[in-house]
Design a protein around this ligand. Structure first.
Ligand code: KG4
Ligand code: ZN
Length: 339
């Protein structure tokens, strides 16, 4: 069975092919130009998706050695994401399904991230604890099977990646903030500034807006002009922020491991690319004697491999959608299973 996956929810256009459960192609085109604007510009994103989607699709077929007639299932991200961006990949996928008369499977982007560790050679066993951290979401879940997810907690304000992006902007590093903060943090002392490690009233909840404000207050107190922070001070600020963010993320992981019997732990989403977070999660897994599966970098950021995989699972669970199914910009965070 050949499954095509298409992703266009934000600033990555991606097309993947999974054949009999094996990933044959995963092409990703990243819209680097948004860095000039300090964030993703929706209209420019949609146009760039439109420019790329067909050529990536052709390339994915050619390099998988299959033709259009070999396609059995077409899966595409339905949301959440930027609606104009989503509609490009989603409509392309529907057009394909219509012209080939093949089943169409809308995929929840977050579920793509949640199951992305299953793309790895040694996938996590069910049930696994999953920390999903991206620019738009911060979720702690128990993944019981391909059709059952239990949400433990989520953020009550900013997402983890959003906090990285905002703090990066605040200290003049640019966008996207995560990789830049990480790069500066490598040269800094993470214990230098005791930023708060937020706790919420809600069990397993997350909050990052207090941490962001604490960084701002610190800058206002220490510097006359916060737009001119000495370059030498940036590593300590970045490292101390990253430390507080990582500790806030992992504290609930430790709590969940004490309360739930899971076989493995996993980390997914764009922020899963953070080395400090990956190291901390590995330490925790080691301490609690759990298998840990963190996807390769190429499956942490947005990609179609995870959409094809999730599409295949949803199709196997017997769910397809009519072609009048529409994309959605947002979705309640506990509304799983796709779509
Ligand atoms: O999953 P993703 O590619 O897109 C969304 O679905 O949101 O995640 C993007 C987020 C951005 O906020 C970016 O700053 C963050 O992931 N990110 C990182 C790192 N690489 C990307 N955050 C921390 N450390 C990193 N190395
Ligand atoms: Zn994502």
């Amino acid at each position: 069975m050949n499954v095509i996956g298409i992703e266009s929810s934000c600033d990555e256009t991606s097309v993947a092919v999974i054949s009999d459960g094996k990933l044959l192609a995963n092409y990703v085109s990243s819209q680097e130009f948004h860095t000039n604007f300090g964030g993703v510009v929706p209209e420019l994103s949609s146009r760039a998706h439109l420019k790329m989607v067909n050529s990536l699709f052709e390339k994915a077929l050619t390099n998988s050695n299959i033709t259009r007639d070999d396609i059995d299932v077409i899966a595409a991200t339905a949301g959440p994401g930027l609606i104009g961006a989503l509609l490009v990949g989603f409509t392309f996928a529907k057009g394909l399904a219509f012209s080939l008369n093949k089943p169409f499977v809308p995929v929840n982007h977050i579920e793509g991230h949640i199951y992305s560790p299953l793309l790895m050679e040694n996938p996590p066993q069910f049930p696994y604890l999953s920390l999903v951290v991206s620019g738009g979401h911060t979720l702690l879940l128990i993944v019981k099977s391909e059709t059952e997810i239990v949400k433990l907690g989520s953020t009550i304000d900013d997402a983890a990646g959003e906090a990285f992006d905002k703090v990066s902007k605040m200290i003049g590093l640019g966008y996207p903030g995560g990789p830049l903060i990480q790069q500066y943090a490598e040269k800094g002392d993470e214990r230098k500034i005791p930023f708060p490690i937020a706790q919420t009233k809600k069990e397993y909840g997350y909050s990052f807006s207090g941490l962001k404000t604490a960084v701002l207050r610190y800058l206002q107190k220490e510097y006359e002009d916060i737009n001119n922070i000495p370059e030498n001070d940036l590593p300590d600020i970045a490292a101390s922020f990253q430390f507080a963010a990582v500790k806030a993320l992992t504290r609930n992981v430790i709590k969940a491991l004490k309360n739930y019997d899971v076989k493995a732990i996993s980390l997914a989403g764009g922020v899963a690319a953070n080395q400090r977070l990956r190291d901390e999660m590995s330490d925790i897994a080691h301490r609690y004697r759990k298998q840990i599966v963190v996807p390769d970098m190429k499956y942490c950021g947005d990609n179609a491999a995870m959409i094809a995989l999730r599409g295949m699972q949803v199709y196997n669970a017997g769910k397809t959608a009519p072609l009048n199914f529409t994309a959605f910009p947002s979705i309640p965070e506990d509304t799983f299973i796709s779509p």
